[in-house]
Design a protein around this ligand. Structure first.
Ligand code: F0G
Length: 355
């Protein structure tokens, strides 16, 4: 039997690790690349969804965290710290406890999804809710890492981006080339940068024939890269990407230029509409921030920017169970009411319209 060994072992030859690096893994990576018939028919492109919710803690962060925590332990760290909109904290908490070290996580008070909060608590992180937004949390985490014996595991730590680039390797293995377009949600723009790096390395190794155009989407109320300036009070229901001053902004602009890429913004209604489509028509359940990739595809296709027959990969970054409340709202924003009936087959048949 063949068990996937996690991204550090699977891609050891393409990551900066050595015999001295302890491999702290929960088996991350190896996530499915799912052909999406509905989205292909709707856009005329060949659309695939990279379902990163299938990672051990339910988001793509695990690819970077296995690398960041392994390197931190190699360098003798006993404690790590991060700022987070939720997923990074869940991942840091799980990998730190697996390694036998402690994690401290700083999250914006009241602004992270319940599933993610539960994960950080379950994995016994030191959880601190800051009365500010993500950008404030990151400022404090950086200050602490500069002045105290704690190791920063946000994506400003280059090990994170290195680990995350492995997702591009997996796409190339399945498609046997790079896609024409790759679409990702953007918060700090670390993942956008990581995919670009992975594809650039593949091109240089000669395993692919092209650099995909990297398309990144931000929530309209939190779209500093699109606006060209930081957003002081970022807002969006997609709490994972409620970020006003992206840490990897400069790197992302370089990646955009190198790939002839693009950054766009989608409003919350568009995000929720895409969330419904992906759940109802494709069968993939994600958190709202992830659905922005689908919204971005539809927006670009309608703008005529995706030629017919193009291969498009959408990364959906986090699992729907992290933040399930949005699924319970109908298109009108009203909570869906489940139908309750007695213990009676005929009554159930009648409710289902069976004759
Ligand atoms: N999607 C999800 C589900 C995320 O959690 C994040 C980032 C992103 C997309 C954006 O990725 O920051 O690399 O551009 N979440 C971070 C966190 C900020 O703290 O969990 P990015």
């Amino acid at each position: 039997s063949r068990q996937w060994k996690g991204v550090l072992r699977e891609y050891a030859d393409r990551l900066d690790i050595s015999e001295a690096t302890p491999i702290i893994t929960l088996g991350e990576g190896g996530t499915p690349l799912i052909p999406a018939r509905y989205l292909s028919e709707r856009t005329g492109a060949k659309v695939f969804v990279k379902y990163e919710g299938m990672n051990p803690t339910g988001s793509f962060k695990d690819r970077g965290m296995t690398m960041a925590i392994s390197k931190a332990v190699e360098h003798g760290a006993k404690a790590v710290i991060c700022a987070s909109t939720g997923n990074t904290s869940a991942s840091a908490a799980a990998y730190a406890t697996h390694a036998g070290i402690t994690a401290a996580v700083l999250v914006p008070d009241g602004k992270i999804a319940m599933g993610k909060l539960s994960q950080a608590v379950a994995h016994k992180a030191e959880l601190i809710q800051i009365q500010g937004n993500f950008d404030d949390c990151l400022d404090i985490a950086r200050d602490l890492a500069a002045n105290y014996p704690v190791h920063l595991v946000n994506s400003v730590n280059p090990d994170r981006i290195e680990g995350q680039k492995t997702a591009a390797f997996e796409v190339v293995e399945v498609l046997e080339d790079a896609p024409d377009f790759h679409i990702v949600p953007v918060g700090n723009a670390g993942n956008y940068t990581a995919y670009h790096r992975g594809y650039r390395e593949e091109l240089e190794r000669g395993t692919t024939t092209k650099m995909p155009r990297m398309l990144g989407f931000q929530a309209a109320g939190s779209a500093p890269i699109v606006l060209g300036e930081p957003v002081k009070h970022p807002e969006t229901i997609a709490s994972a990407i409620r970020i006003g001053n992206p840490a990897s902004w400069e790197l992302a602009l370089t990646a955009r230029d190198d790939s002839r890429g693009y950054f766009g913004a989608i409003d919350d209604a568009g995000i929720l509409e895409a969330h419904r489509l992906l759940s109802r028509e494709v069968g993939i359940f994600v958190e709202p921030a992830s659905a922005i990739s689908v919204a971005g595809l539809l927006e670009r296709a309608e703008a005529g920017a995706i030629p017919a027959g193009s291969t498009v990969v959408l990364t959906v970054t986090g699992h729907g169970l992290k933040d399930p409340q949005w699924a319970l709202k109908g298109p009108d924003g009203v909570d869906v009411q489940p139908t309750v009936v007695g213990v009676d087959t005929a009554e159930v048949a009648s409710v289902l319209g069976l004759q």
